[in-house]
Design a binder for this molecule. Sequence first.
Ligand code: KIV
Length: 283
Amino acid sequence: MSDNKVTVLDIQQAKEDGRKLVMVTAYDYPLGLLADEAGMDIVLVGDSLGMVVLGMDGTVEVTMEHMIHHIQAVVRGCKAPLIVGDMPFMSYNISVEEAVRNAGRLVKEGGCEVVKLEGGVDFAPTIEAIVKAGIPVMGHIGLTPQTASAMGGFKIQGKDATAAKQIIDDAKAIEDAGCFSIILEAVPAPLGKLISETVTVPVIGIGAGPDVDGQVLVIHDVVGLYDRFVPKFVKQYANVKNVMLDALVDYKREVADAKFPGPKNSFKMPDEALEQLKKMIKE
Ligand code: KIV
C-alpha cells in the first residue's frame, strides 16, 4: 500500500474538514493510471462500463465476471485513490447471503477496497450484512440506473415533495445501515443540499448540484470520449474523441500514401548481411 493511500476514514474526514471530494470512474489499466496521476480521491469501477466500454444499451447486462475483470485492471494502475467496485444488477438483489458472497468476490478476486450498490430503505438489511462482513459500502440513491426502466427512464428524481422525502428517507436508512458515503444521482440541487446537511456521511453528487460533499463523473464524459448519450449534468473538459479520430485518420492516410513507416520507424540491416541473404535466396 502506498503512503498516500486514501482510506474510508480519509473520505469521512473530508466532510468534517469541509474539503470537497473528487471521484471519477475508470475501467482499465491506462485509465486507472490517469485517475491516480490526476490525484482523484476515489476511483469507481462503475457498471457504466457496460455502456461506455462494452457498447451495451444500459448497465443491466453487466455481470460479476465483467466487474472482476475490469476492477483487476484498474487496481494494477491506480495506487493512491480509494477503489470502489460496483455491484452489478442482480448480484445483490436476490438474497442477503448472495449479496455478501458477491461483495466478497469483488474485494477478494477484483482487489477493490469497497463496494457500491444501488438502493435505499429496501436495501438497508443487505448493506448492514455486507458491512458486518467487513466490507465498507458506498450507497447509491436518487436515479439508480440499474432500475431506470422501472423509474420510467433516465429521469431526474425527487422533483415533488413526496418523492424528495422518500429520497431523504433512503439516505437516512442507508446511513443507519452503515454506508460510509452515498452517491446521489440526478436530483434537484436544493434536495442535494438538504440531503448533504441531513446525513453525517459524505454525499457525492452526480447531477445533484454544487452543495454536496463531492462530485463524481464518468471518465468518458469528462474527457469527451463517448457521445452516444451525454446527460445535462455532464461537463466535458476535453474532446478526446476528436483527438483520437484525427490520429487514426492521419495514420490511415500515411499508410495509404506509403509515408508510414518512415526510416525513423524501421529497423536497419547491415548491407553485407542483406547482400548475403539475397545470394542465399537465389541459390
Ligand atoms: O456506474 C457508474 O459509473 C456510476 C456512476 C454514474 C456514479 O454508478
